[in-house]
Design a protein around this ligand. Structure first.
Ligand SMILES: NC(=O)c1ccc[n+]([C@@H]2O[C@H](COP(=O)([O-])OP(=O)(O)OC[C@H]3O[C@@H](n4cnc5c(N)ncnc54)[C@H](OP(=O)(O)O)[C@@H]3O)[C@@H](O)[C@H]2O)c1
Length: 240
């Protein structure tokens, strides 16, 4: 049976986002492929196939976010699934002592404030859905438990003052959205895609982008009795 839901994926012209689009479209959903660059967006839409439409969306640009929400309102009148996937690392060096504030701000602008801006702009549309889901693409590196556990492989990672705290903050925001939206039946979760080979890490990851997309898709299609305010990966719950 096909799925008639409408989904929006941010930062979806490549990498994990594009794979999330492909997997949602394969289930029969209408998927809006959000991307800030017209050429990259159109190329991705053509490559993915299925009921996929491009939508201009720079998550750091308030006018772009408002335009995207207005377009979805005019064309569909509602949104069922929002996947906040757009993200950047901020580059190297990443150690807190080496970080210029401008770089830190840009990372948070994209990975944290961008999620808040897009979510709030889309909420009126999500509220018109009978089973709205929000999935925030976080990272295992955002886990304070793993980062501070000497037995975790993440403990040996070089210190990161922008990307890692932005994902920890995103996890916290996820819990707060879940708390606020639970009475309305809107389920909000964070996911860890695992270490995937994408442009984000110069393709050093050992998982494919398609594997990284799978937890996001799983949380996008959970039933009304599914979890909210959780952090999940392939293997189930990820420690905060
Ligand atoms: N790869 C991994 O191992 C890994 C692990 C854990 C979590 N993640 C998370 O997974 C998500 C996707 O990452 P990825 O690995 O697929 O990276 P990627 O291939 O670099 O893709 C990132 C996407 O985000 C978009 N983006 C960046 N800034 C944007 C903005 N201001 N507005 C709209 N789109 C923007 C990029 O668009 P442009 O092409 O226009 O730059 C691109 O489409 C990120 O949130 C990342 O933190 C990745």
């Amino acid at each position: 049976m096909t799925d008639s839901r409408i989904a929006l994926v941010t930062g979806a012209n490549k990498g994990i986002g594009r794979e999330i689009v492909a997997q949602l479209a394969a289930r029969g959903m209408t998927v809006l492929l959000g991307a800030r660059d017209t050429e990259r967006r159109e190329k991705a839409v053509a490559e993915v196939g299925g009921d996929v439409r491009g939508i201009a969306l720079d998550v750091t640009d308030a006018a772009s976010v408002a335009r995207a929400a207005a377009t979805i309102d005019n064309e569909y009148g509602r949104l069922d699934v929002l996947i906040n996937n757009a993200g950047i690392t901020g580059g190297v060096p990443g150690e807190p002592s080496q970080l210029e504030l401008a770089r830190l701000r840009l990372v948070f602008e994209t990975n944290f404030f961008g999620v808040l801006a897009v979510t709030n702009a889309m909420l009126p549309l999500l509220r018109r859905s009978s089973s709205a889901r929000i999935v925030n693409v976080s990272s295992g590196v955002g886990s304070l438990a793993a980062m501070s556990d000497p037995d975790s492989p993440l403990h040996a990672m070089p210190a990161s003052g922008a990307y890692v705290p932005s994902k920890t903050a995103l996890n916290s925001l996820t819990v707060q959205y879940a708390k606020e939206l639970r009475p309305e039946g809107i389920l909000v979760n964070a996911i860890d895609p695992g270490y995937c080979a994408t442009d984000l890490n110069n393709h050093r990851g050992f998982r494919t982008a398609a594997q990284g997309a799978a937890p996001a898709v799983a949380l996008a299609v959970i039933g009304d009795d599914g979890p909210s305010g959780g952090f999940f990966g392939d293997e189930g719950t990820v420690a905060w």
